[in-house]
Ligand binder design. Sequence first.
Ligand code: ZN
Length: 204
Amino acid sequence: MRKSDKTLEKTDANEEVCDITAVLKAARFAAEKHRNQQRKGKDRTPYINHPLEVAEMIAVVGKITDTNLIIAALLHDTIEDTETKPEEIFQLFGNDVVSLVKELTDDKTLPKHIRKQRQIDNAATITSRAKILKLADKICNVSSISTNPPNNWSHERLIEYLEWSEKVVNELLGVNNELEVKFKQEMHKTRAHLLKQKINKIPE
Ligand code: ZN
């Protein structure tokens, strides 16, 4: 039986409500999972601000309306940084979302330097949607290096972090121009900020 236009209209509206509900459910789930964590910076910002910022970056700067990708952005650090099991995400948000989150998840059983190299090596092989998510994640992390840098990181360590981020992002190009431009802007701003900070610290 063919649906009338009216039914279709109603279905579309319902889908929109479902999308909003799912996004809110993911935000609450992530907030709950990250409840005991804070960002590394001296501001001790609640950790949930980070996935919220990444999701907003994808929607506002990347102009992406892919609900599952926004949900995956909200959940992108839950498996890696909390006790969350992939099965939990699968049951609540489905296979597409859990696959995206897994693409963003580092293997924490590996030593840090190997994990970091893997991010560079694997970046080009992940799906386009995961690349968008990873790009937004890197933009937010690079930006926080100037706005709220991790406590006790030396100038060299901050610079190293930027260089590593750039290497990862170089493997993610071609998926979203707006986000690529934003990454370059944030990189430029953060480098200028660190340089200014270093110059001011050099005794005359
Ligand atoms: Zn992240």
